[in-house]
Design a protein around this ligand. Sequence first.
Ligand code: DGY
Length: 326
Amino acid sequence: MSGTPSRRPRVAVSRSGLPGEGVERLTDRCDVTAWPGTAPPTPAELAGLVRGCEGLLVLGSDRVDAALLDAAGPGLRVVALASMGYDGVDVAAAAARGVVVTHTPEVLADTTADVAMALILMARRRLPAATDALRRGAWGAFRMDAFLGLDVHGATLGLIGYGQIARAVARRAAGFGMRVQHHHPRRKEDDELSRWVPFGQLLRTSDVVSVHTPLTEETKGMIGTAELALMKPTATLVNTGRGGVVDEEALLVALRRGQLHSAGLDVMTGEPRTDPSDPLFHEPHLVVLPHVGSATEATRAAMVDLAARNVTAVLHGHPAPTPIPG
Ligand code: DGY
């Protein structure tokens, strides 16, 4: 099908008040119903919202499964995620129903790479512990051995996964005087930023390991006890990809045993984690952030704008600008 549909297509948006002008522009060409409120709808509420719609714009934290697709009905043609990761979508169920799924690569790569670098610096230099000491009035007389961390310059950075965000981290790491290597299971190529190495070699020889793989059946738990044991006791592990890729229990054990110098996580399993006594939040050599990789005003607006353009394109008979990789 091509051209403009005879009536305005109906589109559900899973939140109100999304940043930028993407939803407003979508409203120019579609009948948009946004979930009222900034709190997420329950699955039943989202199912009610999407019933009879041709398009659905959701956030990365929303779950799009077969039941939701069926609740929408046979007219649903596009699910547009305002996120790069699409592990919350049952892609096979969407494909079986002829529903195009899109995501938002590129627009968030640099912003997320900034947070990966921030975690590397914070964890390796133990900066949060230094800030905490100030708050406790514990900034004593100058000592040569106080607040010591490990250098970032001269360290070898190992990137697990080598997509847009990993390459953006590699560019930054070069500016910090790091050597960069990466592992990707299929694209076994060096480039001007980084050299490809086998997975085990990356774990054994990197001073900083930074995780940038999507969460799939293959990558779930790929950094567990055995992998952490291969890493140097002076190494730092950083994850800005998806929580399930790192086994958090195994990470806590490794940190407590001193098998690892430090770690930084922007992503966790079971987000959002709201228990203030969560062990992940209190481990001294672990820096934790509440999934803020893409959280700048400009980037969040760009994500919504791209998601909205994906919806409009598909519903007006054009190819989606950024479908999920087939
Ligand atoms: C992404 O886009 O995948 C970020 O993690 C935000 O959901």
